[in-house]
Design a protein around this ligand. Sequence first.
Ligand SMILES: [Cu+2]
Length: 349
Amino acid sequence: MNIRFTGPLGCILALGTPGGPAPRPADAGARMIADARRGAMIIELAPVDLPAHASHHEVAQPPVAILQVPAGGWIYGFHVEVVDADGRLLPPEIVHHFNLIDPDHRELFLPISRRLVAAGKETGDQRLPWLLFGLPLERGSRVLASAMVENPTPVAYRGARVRLVLPYVPDGRPWPFFRVFPWQLDVAFPVGDKSFDLPRGRWSKSYEGSPAVAGTVVAIGGHVHDLAEAIEFADATTGEVIYRAAPLTDSSGEVVGVPVGRLYRWRRLGVRIVPGHRYRVTVYYNNPSDAVIPDGGMGVVAGIFVPDRHMTWPAANPADSLYQQDLRHAMRLVGSEHDMNMHHAMSHH
Ligand SMILES: [Cu+2]
């Protein structure tokens, strides 16, 4: 194991959230359990208190957690929920987003940590047909879980815990039929914050890359912010548009989601992608105001991918500088107030 890799991971365990308050002594930790009765693995982050009408800047965020997968199995969906100290469900709008990454394997298009789950407010309940598809999770492997919370409601909550519920089929069953891997391609790749300023008028932003392994994309969706007109995933080598969607909006024009393209339904075997081609994600915005909107834009496609037979998913290379930068960002060890903690932590290793 590379020392540079265990270093930062060790730091976050020792520090909790850099800049955040010290964890409470009792029941302060995050945990991951396999609940066989519910047929789900459940990740629970440390509890936080949420004042009423508080933006994400005004609440102490739950610390980033590094957890060990308690059982082997096949994940076939996910949803995010938040409960109070007594286990009662709280309004879902408290969770702005939830991210789960696998620091020991690389992402499909980039040498950064593999993105397992990225759930936003509008993601809702995601399920794959469990007889057909499953994401393999190995017992004892490591995952890194983080969430951003806020409280737009008029009620204050104490001891709120964010949960990621992952329905799964235990190892040793004859199904699922295909092992699938989630992937993302973000217009704000390779590293750092994924939101960006929106200039006035019509404008687009793209990012391009090639997959590390060949296989088939069987489903694809996206995430955009208000004022987005479309999100697109294309083969930049051939010019073929593989997926293009306009966001779904409510009556006030606010984005409520992006339609998922289930490529396995209408093309049977999905769309094959190969390391020899380049692929491009593009988001299109139209900002009709006469001012730049700070941090107003985001654009990412996320999908599931079936690698070619006998293909092993590539391991992460902890010596890669993009990998290191991305992991520091995922652990919130970058940024002005956080750099100090980073240096502080490093000096103790
Ligand atoms: Cu966003």
